[in-house]
Design a protein around this ligand. Sequence first.
Ligand SMILES: Nc1ncnc2c1ncn2[C@@H]1O[C@H](COP(=O)(O)OP(=O)(O)OP(=O)(O)O)[C@@H](O)[C@H]1O
Length: 239
Amino acid sequence: MTNTTNNIVISHLCKRYGEKDILKEVSFEAKQGRITAFLGPNGAGKSSTLRILLGLDLCSTGTATFGGRKYVTFDTPLKVVGAAFDGIGGTPSRRVRTHLNIIAQSNSIPFRRVSEVLEKVGLSEKSKARLGTLSLGEGQRLGLAAALLGDPQYLVLDEPTNGLDPTGIRWFRKFIRQQSDMGKTVLLSSHLLSEVEAVADDVVIINHGKIIATGELQHVMKNLESLEDVFFSLTEGGA
Ligand SMILES: Nc1ncnc2c1ncn2[C@@H]1O[C@H](COP(=O)(O)OP(=O)(O)OP(=O)(O)O)[C@@H](O)[C@H]1O
């Protein structure tokens, strides 16, 4: 039997900005030990959903939980949920290690974890670099390092491959698979369809604030040549 204790559950989320409904009864699950890709064209509602999940925004109705609990109920959230979202933050003149030390300290995470996660993401040599000097790909790796600091059960990653070169993308795929093999629950948003095809177990497709397809990657792709075909046919080409 599948253990559903450590699933991310999004249930009937609705969100309205002014007169516009931007999330309409959004429901889906990201399961433990699996990589779930949250896909949709620009403006579909991916970031809005993830922001609500991470307690950065409020919904009109509905719930978004990690193992049955809302993000805001965790005392030291980074020990439960690792999120890479909206860039790396921090002042450009701050050094990489200092940046991670500050995040670690805020969640009572031992400083030794900083060296460990820098090594995990291949950034050890950049530990003294200033944030403002990092490349886009290095910034993505640093975001991932910050997400991993608390060795969390859940990883929520917004466009994680954006800015990675082919070697970086290959590294990311292997890395994220290791995380899910360890039993982590991984939810990543993307509009890089080819990337998702290579890495996801499950897909959730959103368009105009509505979920239009969910399921195992192979199932959603059934009878179609690639996820790109599915995506374009379901969203009428609006990537
Ligand atoms: N603060 C806001 N006020 C008004 N409308 C907003 C606000 N934030 C988002 N929206 C609108 O909500 C809709 C969903 O936006 P959202 O950022 O969630 O989409 P997305 O799928 O993440 O897109 P992208 O791939 O471009 O990041 C869009 O139409 C957007 O214009």
